[in-house]
Design a protein around this ligand. Structure first.
Ligand SMILES: C[S@@+](CC[C@H](N)C(=O)[O-])C[C@H]1O[C@@H](n2cnc3c(N)ncnc32)[C@H](O)[C@@H]1O
Length: 239
């Protein structure tokens, strides 16, 4: 009798501790890891905080519409795995997901997500730069978190060329996300400061030109994720 009475509050306390860890401690740890990496390598990480789970949900919703057996998926720039988690959740038997991340300190977190997903045999984690990745087969969907507008223009040109020639299947879907209106606002700002910092303007113009020539004559859909610091635009491009 006594034992049952005592074990109830103990269980409630354990539940509370578990919820507190999942809702408060883990996200704060994730935030701190990501922020440290941003301070260390701002142009590689490209964001102050990881994306919100609402981004992963928006991408997963779109992914569900791609009806095909044995899909091959590639995520580039997985960070702390906010999107990865939801992509794994969407995997059907026979699908496979390759995950690319180049920052070694982010790998243990991604490894833990994959190992605890129950679908680890369908996921391969690659610790390398996308530039050094040469897959044997192309992908049905490529999801990129790369902060391309922070990259040197030559790296952006090389990325789009690799995407078209080496990564994406003929009818494949390319999904990427960027802060809502940020590229346009940056371009306005750099245009105004063009006389003081001409390089910034030229670099961004080259990057946007490369992106626009990739998008030209392709079927493009977009979605807005408002619950994120700051809101994001998710773009899906049919190859
Ligand atoms: C803006 S963060 C996105 C992280 C995560 N997907 C999210 O939404 O929170 C960009 C990620 O791309 C990775 N990255 C940057 N350049 C890369 C490259 N050349 N190859 C592979 N990953 C890269 C960074 O390490 C970082 O984790």
């Amino acid at each position: 009798m006594n034992q049952t009475k005592d074990s109830k509050p103990k269980k409630t306390a354990e539940n509370f501790q578990c919820k507190f860890e999942n809702i408060v401690v883990k996200p704060l740890q994730e935030l701190s890891t990501f922020f440290h990496q941003f301070i260390d390598k701002p142009r590689v990480i490209g964001a102050l905080t990881p994306s919100s789970p609402f981004l992963g949900k928006a991408i997963a919703r779109r992914m569900r519409r791609e009806i095909k057996a044995n899909r091959r998926l590639l995520e580039i720039g997985a960070g702390t795995g906010v999107v990865t988690k939801l992509l794994i959740h969407e995997l059907n038997p026979g699908d496979h997901l390759d995950v690319i991340e180049c920052v070694p300190d982010l790998i243990p977190k991604l490894r833990a997500i994959i190992d605890s997903s129950g679908k680890s045999s369908q996921v391969t984690l690659h610790e390398l730069l996308i530039e050094d990745f040469h897959p044997p087969k192309k992908y049905d969907q490529v999801i990129s978190g790369l902060p391309l507008t922070m990259f040197p223009p030559e790296q952006v040109v090389a990325f789009y060329s690799k995407l078209e020639n080496e990564l994406l299947e003929k009818e494949g879907l390319f999904t990427y996300y960027e802060y809502l209106a940020l590229p346009e606002l940056r371009l306005c700002y750099y245009t105004l400061c063009r006389k003081i910092k001409p390089d910034n303007y030229t670099h961004l113009r080259k990057i946007l030109k490369t992106k626009n020539s990739f998008l030209k004559e392709k079927q493009v859909e977009s979605d807005t994720v408002w619950f994120n610091i700051t809101p994001l635009r998710v773009i899906h491009v049919r190859q």
